[in-house]
Design a binder for this molecule. Structure first.
Ligand code: ATP
Ligand code: MG
Length: 337
């Protein structure tokens, strides 16, 4: 059998962006293999959206080069735009329109023939659980449904590469999990290469094959989810017991719960570090109560792991970042400086 090498679908070589004199993205390099999900993790103002916009041809690259699907982002903009789908950070839907109407417009923008567009739209609506809402005004959709609609809008023209800029921001836990399922499904079913930005390590962990952490415009660390988890902080669950227990007893119970990585006990208060407080919580409570441990209160705390990590690194977190709202709506949208 002939060996067919997989293409690097996204390549950044020293990608750099100056806004005036301000260096927003500082010589960032990475490669994403075909069919993989790459997570770009970082706090507010880290440079995630700026990187997405450069690779999407929406803003000019100041220095360095980018390639999508083998096309040069600075020189082959038309081919790059036809290769990508973008789900932007901000919701951009016109709430007076129906789901079907916005999908039709998207298909037209990307020159998808009517015959193909209809069946593609039906397929995507079905896969995203939105079929029965397709003819309703978007103003009647929940936030999670709107995000799902934006996700399938990015897929109507069957892009080779999909950019998801904070796909779950503002969603409640249930909608977030649902969105994760759809992202995994679409990535898998359509063999789409996905570039995903997020604030949360658990999201990147759930979805991504490879993660890079960016702050202050620079990639600080990268690796597989497993490699990063071993180095980064985790969520914490604080448990107050009715009385004092032996450290050894509590540790042996809790360290066997899935996701728990460390346990410390001081007087009646136990702190449990876990990869995800949401996912470990039930296991923590049932394993303790099964052993007759009397719990007074349980307080799960979701860590912003990026910030934990950055603190460890002694890197400041720019919370004052603002975000502008240029979005890719058409393969012929303008490039701005
Ligand atoms: N058009 C612009 N003009 C000037 N500065 C900008 C512009 N867009 C972004 N910046 C700055 O560049 C830096 C990176 O912004 P960017 O939007 O890429 O961050 P981000 O990682 O996407 O953050 P968030 O998580 O808040 O979306 C920030 O300091 C931001 O204020
Ligand atoms: Mg952003």
């Amino acid at each position: 059998m002939k060996f067919v090498p997989k293409l690097d679908m996204i390549v950044a070589e020293g990608l750099t962006k100056f806004y005036g004199k301000f260096l927003a993205v500082d010589h960032v390099s990475f490669k994403v293999d075909e069919g993989k999900i790459f997570g770009f993790l970082g706090p507010n103002g880290a440079g995630k959206t700026t990187t997405v916009r450069m690779l999407n041809t929406l803003i000019k690259i100041s220095e360095g080069r980018g390639f999508i699907n083998g096309f040069d982002v600075s020189k082959q903009m038309g081919q790059v735009r036809r290769s990508i789908g973008l789900v932007p950070q901000e919701l951009t839907l016109d709430s007076q329109m129906t789901g079907k109407q916005v999908l039709k417009i998207q298909a037209k923008l990307y020159d998808v023939p009517d015959s193909v567009a209809k069946s593609k739209m039906d397929e995507l609506l079905k896969l995203s659980g939105l079929s029965e809402f397709a003819d309703r005004e978007i103003s009647t959709y929940s936030g999670g449904m709107q995000k799902r609609l934006e996700l399938i809008m990015g897929l109507v023209h069957e892009p080779r590469v999909l950019f998801l800029d904070e796909p779950t921001i503002g969603l409640d836990a249930q909608s977030r999990y649902l969105m994760w399922e759809y992202i995994k499904k679409f990535g898998h079913d359509f063999q789409t290469t996905i570039f995903l930005t997020t604030h949360y390590l658990d999201e990147a962990d759930e979805l991504c094959d490879h993660i890079a952490i960016i702050n202050g415009g620079k990639i600080r660390i990268e690796g597989s989810p497993q490699q990063l988890k071993e180095r980064l902080g985790e969520d914490e669950v604080e448990i107050h017991f009715e009385r004092k227990y032996e450290s050894r007893e509590i540790e042996s119970i809790l360290l066997s719960v899935s996701g728990v990585v460390a346990v410390s006990l001081e007087d009646n208060v136990c702190r449990v570090r876990t990869l995800s407080s949401e996912r470990s919580l039930v296991g923590i409570i049932t394993s303790l109560t099964n052993k007759g441990i009397e719990i007074k209160t349980v307080n799960p705390k979701k860590a912003n792991l990026t910030q934990v990590f950055l603190k460890q690194m002694g890197v400041s977190d720019d919370e004052s970042a603002e975000d502008d709202t240029d979005v890719l709506t058409s393969p012929t949208a303008n490039v701005v400086d």
